[in-house]
Structure formats: structure tokens, C-alpha cells
Write a protein that binds this ligand. Structure first.
Ligand SMILES: [Zn+2]
Length: 343
């Protein structure tokens, strides 16, 4: 089969590789669409240490089952499927206690952090354990299904936030995850959504996604402006979707006393932390990692049209051109959002 292989750091090669060998509890999926994730782009040059070559990247994918292993039940050739990006063990304490995204020894598709290598979906075929599969509704396209992971990451952060109807929310960072947080807040009963970013173009996108107010990070008197929009209290919930020291501090500053800050962005290994502010204002700080069962809901939201994802797809291109599109994303050419590759 053909695959896009990261052979060395910064060297993607479209080439023939052996088809995956199917285990008894796996299905073989013909990949129909696979999105390029920011983590793939950042992983490509070795800076994150999570894409040690050689590796076939790609974890935001969808396809059709072409073969099933002997122990597979309830899945058949021809089924249209997408799948969680995390391959989690079933016999793990965290999985059994309902936290599979935190399970020990979990692996991520298309990732090789040094301790394991699990090839991903920038290939014609991929073997997937049956327990991470999710059926795609008939009215959702393969390209839309390849967007589910990003929306599910956003939904997971909202599910952890304790949001109640009427909450006023701040979203710091208007990248793809921030945009989907805004879109989901819009249909979750938040009464006010404030988007903050360093980039005006992304803020305009946040506004189109449903943000009621937008502010550049360096806006003068920002905390006072947020206070005046929130009955002088500050936001009930702030979401941090950039992962940098400044944005984490901003999210913690703009939340009200006793409010919740959800941290989703994780580009920095550590940040400056305003300890006294968090302690004396009793702020709840909640980390949010990946996805925990949100796929089904997201697919239904896309199918019913309550969440739109097409506006975040900048290009759909053949997998054979993958190296070029990675280069465009890496060098930030042309304000691209999601690029989807078709094997
Ligand atoms: Zn991703």
C-alpha cells in the first residue's frame, strides 16, 4: 500500500510500505480521509519528541472497513467508521473507572514518543482495535468525520468545566480547538462568549463561530473590560486553548472568584503559575486531555447541522501531495486551518 512516511525529521516520503497485519480483535480500514493535526506539524521536526522516525503519522481519520479479525463482533466490511485517536487497554484501572483517556500504557495513533511506535492513517489501510471504532451517520461525510477529533477535544473540555445555563465564558486562544469550544458554547447555554487572541484574523473567525465579543491580547484595560461585561465579577469559566504562560495567566486573571479555568492547550511543558491569585480567589483549575467518549455526540451534532465543521477545512488534497501541504502548514503559508489528505 501507499503511505506518507516520516523517514527522518522534516522528510516526508510518499512510498510503498507493507499492509498492516490484522490482529484478531482488529478491523482493517481503508482510509478515506485523514486530517493533518497541529501536533503532526509540530512533531515533524522533532521538537515535541512525539514523532520519532520512521513513523506514519495521522490520527484524525475516517474510512470503510474492508476486513474484520476473528474476534470482531458487530462490525462488518462496508461499515463507514471513524475512531478515537487513543488506543487504550481495556484491562486498566483508569479505563475501568471510566477514564480511558488517562489509562496507563495507552497509545496514540500515528505517534512514536520513543516508548512505542503506532503507525497512523496517512496510508491506504490501517488496522484498528474494534473497541475504539465509531460508526459514521449516513449524513456525515468522510471529510467531516475526520474533523470529529478536534471537535471532541473541545467538547471534552466543556464537559469538564461544569458549565451551567447562563454562564459567561472567556476563551483564550482562537485556534481550531478554541473555535470549536466557541461553537459548542454557543449551543450549550452560555450567555456570553468572549474570545481573546493575539491574531486579528483568528478573532474574526472566532466572531463568525459565535463569540459575542472579541479582544486582542494586548487590548488596553482588558480585565476592566471583561469585568464590565460580567457584572463586575469576571467570567464564570475561562478556557485556555493556547498552552503558553501568558495565555494561562490571562485565563486565570479573567475568571471570577470561585470560578473555573479549564486548561486545554499544552504546547509548553510548564508555565508561570499565579499561585496567590489562584489560592486567594479559590479558582478551580481543571486540565482537559483528549477525549472521553465524546465522538458519538459530536457525530450527531455534525449530522444534525448544529455544529458546522466544513468552514474549518481549508483544503482537501491527495495523500501523494502530503509533503507539500505539511510544508505549507509548517511555514504558515496561506492562513490554513485544517488540511485533509485523501489516500
Ligand atoms: Zn489531533
Amino acid at each position: 500500500m501507499k503511505a506518507l512516511v516520516l523517514e527522518k525529521y522534516n522528510e516526508l516520503v510518499y512510498k510503498d510500505v507493507p499492509e498492516p497485519v490484522l490482529k484478531n480483535d482488529e478491523v482493517l480500514v481503508r482510509v478515506m480521509a485523514c486530517g493533518i493535526c497541529g501536533s503532526d506539524v509540530h512533531g515533524m521536526d522533532g521538537s515535541t519528541g512525539r514523532r520519532v522516525p520512521p513513523i506514519i503519522m495521522g490520527h484524525e481519520a475516517s474510512g470503510i472497513i474492508v476486513r474484520t479479525g476473528q474476534e470482531v463482533i458487530g462490525w462488518n466490511p462496508g461499515d463507514r467508521v471513524t475512531f478515537d485517536s487513543t488506543v487504550y487497554p481495556l484491562n486498566d484501572w483508569f479505563t475501568l473507572s471510566g477514564h480511558y483517556n488517562l489509562s496507563d500504557n495507552r497509545e496514540v495513533l500515528g505517534v512514536s514518543p520513543g516508548t512505542y511506535t503506532r503507525n497512523g492513517a496517512f496510508a491506504e489501510f490501517l488496522a484498528i482495535p474494534q473497541h475504539i471504532l465509531c460508526k459514521i451517520p449516513d449524513n456525515v461525510t468522510f471529510e467531516q468525520a475526520a474533523m470529529v477529533e478536534a471537535v471532541a477535544v473541545a467538547l471534552h473540555s466543556i464537559n469538564l468545566s461544569g458549565l451551567i445555563i447562563g454562564d459567561k465564558c472567556v476563551v483564550v486562544g482562537s485556534g481550531m480547538i478554541g473555535i470549536f469550544i466557541i461553537k459548542l458554547l454557543k449551543i450549550s447555554g452560555a450567555s456570553l462568549i468572549i474570545a481573546i487572541d493575539t491574531n486579528k484574523r483568528r478573532l474574526d473567525e472566532a466572531q463568525r463561530a459565535g463569540a459575542d465579543c472579541i479582544f486582542l491580547t494586548d487590548e488596553e484595560g482588558l480585565p476592566l473590560k471583561i469585568a464590565s461585561l460580567t457584572n463586575k465579577r469576571g467570567a464564570d469559566i475561562s478556557f485556555e486553548a493556547a498552552g503558553k504562560s501568558e495565555s494561562v495567566n490571562m485565563a486565570l486573571t479573567l475568571v471570577r472568584k470561585g470560578g473555573t479555568t479549564v486548561l486545554v492547550g499544552n504546547t509548553s511543558p510548564s508555565v508561570n503559575f499565579p499561585l496567590q491569585q489562584v489560592v486567594t480567589r479559590e479558582i478551580k483549575v481543571q486540565g482537559s486531555c483528549a477525549i472521553r467518549g465524546e465522538y458519538e455526540t459530536v457525530l450527531e451534532l455534525i449530522g444534525s447541522g448544529r455544529i458546522t465543521v466544513d468552514d474549518q477545512i481549508s483544503a482537501v488534497a491527495p495523500l501523494s501531495d502530503g509533503a507539500l501541504w505539511f510544508d505549507n502548514l509548517y511555514n504558515k503559508k496561506g492562513n490554513l486551518n485544517k488540511v485533509i489528505l485523501i489516500p
